[in-house]
Design a protein around this ligand. Structure first.
Ligand SMILES: C[S@@+](CC[C@H](N)C(=O)[O-])C[C@H]1O[C@@H](n2cnc3c(N)ncnc32)[C@H](O)[C@@H]1O
Length: 361
């Protein structure tokens, strides 16, 4: 092999392993800039244009699968909007594929590193090699090949992919850090144990540990590939977060175990029956006076273009998120109350996402 074809370790970009070749990096830097220039810059105008076109055509913006289909009939007639959405979807497909192909060239080495990290601290990792995933969790969410559970490097794909998705605004997990700092605790101020459900690669759990240095932080997720990489990533930062594979609907903890439980962008990615079971479980594992913080999409207001209107509706549809529409129309506030929570604060209408803060009486 000539040296020019050698596969070398190109180090990290912040907390994320660099792509295998400089050419891959340049390609995806271009994709990231293109997304910022073509998509983020026109998001508001296209949203307004789409809402106006829908109103003119007399078609309601409805967060249902039929609603998406009706919206597509309107969009296809408009050159600007149909091009905008086509570019958005294609960009997503293109950069994901490049990430997968690039990391694949160093796959044996990455798998070895994941194995080596399993034995390292300061945190811990538990998962079941024979875990049987429920069908709902196997979708290729975010157009990520294999989704969260279908490939051992899924966590790395997610890390690099979301760094592009966030348009450069999440370097060194800046968004997760901000949310961790803004996550309120129980009214009595006592926080000894914290649980994240659907922790992904542990970005927010690690930041919570930085905020609550003396608390025990446990990060759970249904996907072994996500938490294996999350554990590796946390050990590289010398952060003592304990990762465990666990579906949010069956939490393997005693009653009243936690002072604070939170989720960030899990709920819009699970079916409603799983959400309801999860709420019961979270209520059970919280102590009386404990707090549950939901960081997720706002509920759509009936008859109004909630969840940022047409573009928000199409974003979930084009991003391979099949449960998001059910979530925004499921009245999660009512479901939280049905599970026993008392709602301290909720997202104001018209905002795309934010927190709902709930207490266990
Ligand atoms: C959008 S990611 C969010 C990750 C993380 N909370 C963050 O802030 O980046 C959603 C995560 O939920 C996980 N997930 C999906 N269904 C789940 C379930 N039933 N129980 C626990 N985790 C689940 C996925 O594996 C994925 O890691």
């Amino acid at each position: 092999m000539s040296i020019s074809n050698a596969i070398i370790d190109r180090g990290k970009i912040g907390r994320t392993p660099a792509l295998t070749a400089r050419a891959d990096e340049v390609y995806n830097d271009f994709m990231s800039d293109a997304r910022n220039q073509l998509l983020h810059a026109y998001w508001k105008q296209m949203g307004e244009r789409g809402n106006a076109l829908m109103a003119k055509a007399g078609v309601k913006i409805e967060h249902t699968h039929e609603g998406i289909s009706n919206a597509r009939d309107v969009i296809i007639e408009d050159t600007y909007l149909s091009t905008f959405l086509r570019v958005k979807r294609s960009a997503q497909e293109i950069y994901k594929q490049r990430i997968v192909e690039s990391y694949a060239q160093r796959e044996p080495e990455f798998l070895r590193r994941l194995d080596d990290a399993e034995k390292r601290g300061p945190g811990t990792l538990t998962y079941d090699k024979n875990f049987v995933y429920p069908d709902y969790s196997k979708v290729h969410i975010h157009i990520q090949p294999g989704g969260y559970v279908g490939h051992p490097l899924a966590g790395m794909y997610y890390d690099y992919g979301t760094s592009i998705f966030y348009g450069g605004e999440n370097s060194d997990d800046a968004l997760h850090k901000r949310l961790a700092e803004q996550t309120p605790g129980p009214k009595d101020g006592k926080i000894n144990r914290i649980l994240e459900i659907g922790c992904g690669i542990g970005q927010m759990a690690v930041e919570m540990k930085r905020v609550h240095k003396d608390a025990e932080v446990i990060a759970t997720d249904i996907s072994a590939p996500m938490i294996r990489y999350g554990h590796w990533r946390a050990t590289e930062q010398n952060m003592a977060v304990h990762f465990a594979q666990m579906p949010s609907e069956t939490l393997d903890f005693p009653d009243g175990h936690f002072d604070l439980v939170f989720e960030h962008i899990l709920f819009h990615e699970i079916p409603i029956p799983v959400l309801d079971k999860t709420l019961k479980e979270v209520f059970r594992v919280l102590r009386p006076g404990g707090t549950f913080v939901v960081w997720d999409f706002a509920s759509a207001e009936p008859g109004k273009p909630g969840y940022s209107g047409l573009v928000g509706l199409m974003d979930a549809a084009d991003n391979g998120e099949p449960y998001a529409h059910e979530f925004v129309t499921c009245n999660v506030e009512q479901r939280l109350e049905n599970a026993g929570f008392s709602i301290r604060s909720r997202i104001q209408p018209g905002v795309m996402m934010g927190s709902r803060v709930c207490d266990k009486p």
